[in-house]
Design a protein around this ligand. Structure first.
Ligand code: DHB
Length: 393
């Protein structure tokens, strides 16, 4: 008996030693890694720059420690190419053992990584991409950006109420453009209007000229446009070169076309353009004034809607870790994020517990001069708008 107990004691001591060895690497893991994959070069680099600056600002303002864990942000450039995004995500999961995947500057980049999030049970925070169906690609996806149907219905309603009977549509030929085209047409048609022509333009190296000639010949009441962030300047230049700004055809768009990164450089020709979107740097709230001031100081440019997606994505990560007391189990983190509500620089937002998509205000805005610079000035609000595609399911 005695010797058995003595043996057990020795065993317990040995086991204790083994446990200490086992916990040694765990202690070293007091860091929680966030893999932030963004287009930092190439035609969509402004998206990457905006989100990176916002994520870094969030960490600088809130501190790099949350729930006892040190947050380490690992930023990787995917150049906007889906194969590269997938490879980087794989490396971040296997080599760096990240607890979160985040970023995703374009829809195809989010689609490329969704299966990896599912297999590895890793929360994937979509901070930019905006095709409605993205959140359905994995139960580990949550979104802090927006969806195109969500922001398009605001401008369609405005058009219907402001005498626009016949409209043409021009969208980039991929997920978000197709979502925007359908949402605009459905909503305008339901209100008694008509879409008389629909054109899809390639995402890469778009040439708007042939289509703008058609618009000029047809003279609809309005032209509705979606192009992704950063491309709006090229569109506006060609719109003006064709004389369409003086043709009586009203230019209406989602706020992607007039994003804060580029709107001031569009010049006075852009004045009066009506758009709807979820964020403007001119949004009138204390939270936004503080955000714009801090961001502009840190990054030397105005924040656009991509920045606010990055900022709120970091908020979601921080708050989820607080709820799990720093535990990094992917399923527990996703559960912690569901239903979360907070006040963003864009206004009040929440994560729908069922769809894991964002619910937020959508604002109708007009380009005006504020202190000599062009801004999207909000003048009406649709409150707490879900993604209408999923709400209708
Ligand atoms: C997407 C990208 C953008 O830059 C944008 O403004 C809207 C949508 C996308 O690829 O999902």
């Amino acid at each position: 008996m005695t010797s058995k107990i003595a043996f057990s004691r020795r065993a317990a001591i040995a086991l204790g030693g083994a446990l200490m060895l086992a916990t040694a690497p765990a202690m070293a893991q007091e860091t929680v890694k966030v893999g932030l994959i963004l287009p930092m070069t190439g035609p969509f680099a402004s998206t990457g720059r905006q989100i990176e600056a916002a994520a870094k600002l969030y960490i600088a303002e809130k501190g790099a420690t949350v729930a006892g864990k040190k947050i380490e942000l690992i930023v990787k450039d995917d150049t906007g190419t889906p194969d590269v995004t997938r490879r980087i995500a794989q490396e971040l999961l296997v080599n760096d053992k990240v607890s979160f995947l985040a970023g995703f500057g374009l829809t195809p980049l989010a689609f490329a990584v969704a299966p990896l999030a599912t297999q590895s049970k890793t929360p994937m925070i979509v901070m930019a991409a905006a095709t409605s169906s993205i959140t359905e690609q994995s139960p580990f996806i949550l979104r802090t950006s927006f969806t195109l149907p969500q922001v398009t219905i605001g401008i369609a309603d405005w058009a219907a109420k402001n005498g626009i009977k016949k409209a043409m549509t021009l969208v980039s030929d991929y997920g978000p453009g197709i979502d925007a085209e359908k949402a605009f047409k459905d909503r305008l048609t339901a209100a008694g209007g008509e879409v008389t022509g629909e054109v899809r333009i390639p995402l890469r190296n778009p040439d708007f000229a042939p289509f703008l000639q058609r618009v000029s010949d047809t003279k609809p009441d309005a032209l509705f446009v979606f192009v992704p962030s950063g491309v709006g300047s090229q569109f506006m230049k060609q719109f003006v070169e064709r004389g369409l700004d003086k043709s009586g055809v009203r230019l209406i768009a989602t706020g992607d076309v007039t994003d804060d990164d580029i709107v001031d450089s569009m010049g006075d020709v852009a004045l009066g353009t009506i758009t709807s979107h979820h964020y403007s740097a001119a949004h009138d709230s204390a939270e936004n004034k503080a955000f714009v001031a801090a961001f502009t100081k840190a990054a030397n440019v105005r924040p656009n809607f991509m920045a606010v997606g990055g900022w709120d994505g970091m908020h979601l990560i921080y708050e989820a870790l607080k709820k799990t007391n720093g535990a990094t189990d992917g399923t527990a983190l996703v559960e912690a994020m569901k239903g979360m509500k907070w006040v963003s620089p864009r206004g009040p937002i929440s994560i729908d517990a069922k769809t894991r998509d964002i619910v937020q205000n959508v604002y109708v805005r007009k380009i005006e001069k504020v202190d000599g610079k062009l801004y999207n000035v909000e003048f009406s609000t649709f409150e707490a708008v879900p993604d209408p595609v999923k709400a209708g399911k």
